[in-house]
Design a protein around this ligand. Structure first.
Ligand code: ATP
Ligand code: MG
Length: 196
């Protein structure tokens, strides 16, 4: 199964960011971008790729430990950025070093569990807002549109392991489906209780 580890912002923070992103949809070329859906917005801490189901128990154990080693911490979404003209994202302000350390532990734990986590790039906190779809669009005005954005603070208190099912229909615009398969509170041992 295709897996990644992530943290998810709370709904009011997502709503605030969605309102800040909305005007970008009228910039030239916006219809040619693949926009991510606000209800799926997340920071990816580690991308695990295809993982054999047999590794899940060990992986779960390792990720629980990684979550336990780092305290809850405060972030805000802040400022737009881009990877060339491929990816438009929003960054983060606040206790970024804690998030980075959590990301490093998560990647290391997943690697020890046998997942082939890419270690070429160090963690760079970004939430993907849109991706190029093949039709060239200049992303600079989009990033500039979010240059002054600083969102409300929120607390990162939970690490999630998410399964991604890529679209199989081939319909244009169809997006992957995400399903949380494990969640751990930061700074504590044990799993998140039901409903928590
Ligand atoms: P799509 O691939 O259809 O654009 P997606 O990127 O949201 O959708 P996945 O490819 O399953 O779905 O990726 C899940 C998460 O992992 C996303 O946050 C994505 O940015 C991140 N991700 C995917 N591939 C990599 C990679 N090679 N390195 C780092 N992060 C990745
Ligand atoms: Mg992808």
């Amino acid at each position: 199964m295709r897996l990644f580890a992530a943290v998810n912002p709370p709904p009011e923070v997502v709503a605030e960011l969605a309102a800040a992103v909305a005007p970008l949809h009228s910039l030239p070329g916006a219809a040619h971008l693949r926009w991510t859906a606000p209800d799926t917005w997340h920071f990816t801490l580690a991308f695990l790729g295809e993982v054999d189901e047999a590794l899940l128990p060990e992986l779960t154990e390792r990720l629980a430990r990684a979550a336990h080693r780092h305290p809850p911490h405060e972030l805000r979404f802040a400022r737009g950025g881009r990877f060339g003209d491929r990816v438009l994202w929003v960054g983060a302000d606040g206790e970024r070093t804690v998030l980075r350390d959590l990301a490093r532990s998560t990647a290391a734990g997943a690697r020890r569990a046998g997942a082939a986590v890419d270690s070429t790039h160090d963690f760079h906190a970004h939430l993907t807002l849109a991706r190029a779809s093949g039709h060239p669009v200049r992303l600079r005005p989009y990033a500039e549109g979010l240059a002054d954005f600083v969102g409300m603070p929120w607390t990162v208190d939970r690490l999630e392991l998410v399964r991604s099912r890529l679209p199989v229909s081939g319909l244009p615009g169809e997006r992957p489906r995400y399903e949380t398969v494990g969640a751990w509170e930061l700074g504590r041992s044990g799993v998140v209780p039901d409903g928590g």
